[in-house]
Design a protein around this ligand. Sequence first.
Ligand SMILES: Cc1cc2nc3c(=O)[nH]c(=O)nc-3n(C[C@H](O)[C@H](O)[C@H](O)COP(=O)(O)OP(=O)(O)OC[C@H]3O[C@@H](n4cnc5c(N)ncnc54)[C@H](O)[C@@H]3O)c2cc1C
Length: 296
Amino acid sequence: MKGIILGGGIAGLLVAEKLNYPIIESNPRVGGTFSQEINDITLQMPCVVGKECANYLSQYDIPSVEIDILPMYRKIEHFQEKVGFNLLRLEEVEWLSKFTSKKLYIVYLKDFVNKLTRNKRIIKSRLSMIKDNVVRLSNGMTFDTPEIVNASSRKALASILALDLGKLGSILAAVFAIATKKENVDWNLMLNGARGDLFSIVLRDNRGKEYDLYFVYSFFNSALSFPSNFRDRIYSNLKRRRVLLREKVIADRLLIFNEGIVFGELPMDDFIHVGRLGLWKNFDICSTIKSVDVVG
Ligand SMILES: Cc1cc2nc3c(=O)[nH]c(=O)nc-3n(C[C@H](O)[C@H](O)[C@H](O)COP(=O)(O)OP(=O)(O)OC[C@H]3O[C@@H](n4cnc5c(N)ncnc54)[C@H](O)[C@@H]3O)c2cc1C
């Protein structure tokens, strides 16, 4: 085996496209942030980008939908602190900073991920040890002297190597995707800096004929501060802010990203790193794709 790829997000899948190495992925699904989640209704994570990125993605046959923002704001002056906890500025989070634009472009990556997944060797496991040029996985498999391309968490890799993790920090992001019966409302984005509310962003997609989709983003400065009764509390917040009523909900799905926003640095020069978690940068999809240029 010449090499292995850690992480089966879009970055890891693109590396496999070039190098044909197997991918080690800890989640049941590949695609990372944009892995498919299906209930009765497809609640697909929207990928919000700027115009330049939308144009760039067209070369991969990824179509985009242009949205004129009709915003609703609450305490917008505190929005940045609420999302970044004074640990980093909004502009440092490429994908999040797009939400403050007047026009958004939304792309859906399901077909792209499906296409990239074809003919790839995916091992559902995680790294458990690297020693004397041998890599061991938690399922017992071992690989001898492979090249390691890290498209998964730099922090997880550093922890396997027993490095000091103190310099790498992250903010937990929760995305609550909700489908409701259709309503006659026209706003499509809410940016909410009010500290009393758990949520910071609501992206509302009312283009469907049968139901409206809401993507509710919340941020927590540690996994420990994520409330166990999140669902009840968020529905109560959404009701109080007249966003939606729980009685109208047809389906929902909660996605948790422990390493949602990342900060800090820790050099690890013995590996090739790609993607947002490998390079520990808050890339949007276009920077993620470009980060794979170092390979092959
Ligand atoms: C909540 C959220 C919303 C976002 N919204 C947008 C958006 O609207 N627009 C946009 O352009 N970008 C957005 N992004 C950024 C998005 O993550 C990037 O655009 C891109 O998808 C990053 O791809 P990636 O492969 O580098 O990382 P990821 O998609 O994070 O994939 C990393 C993969 O590594 C795996 N992994 C992690 N740790 C391990 C381990 N220890 N062992 C094995 N596997 C592991 C994970 O399971 C995952 O599959 C968002 C990010 C988050 C967190």
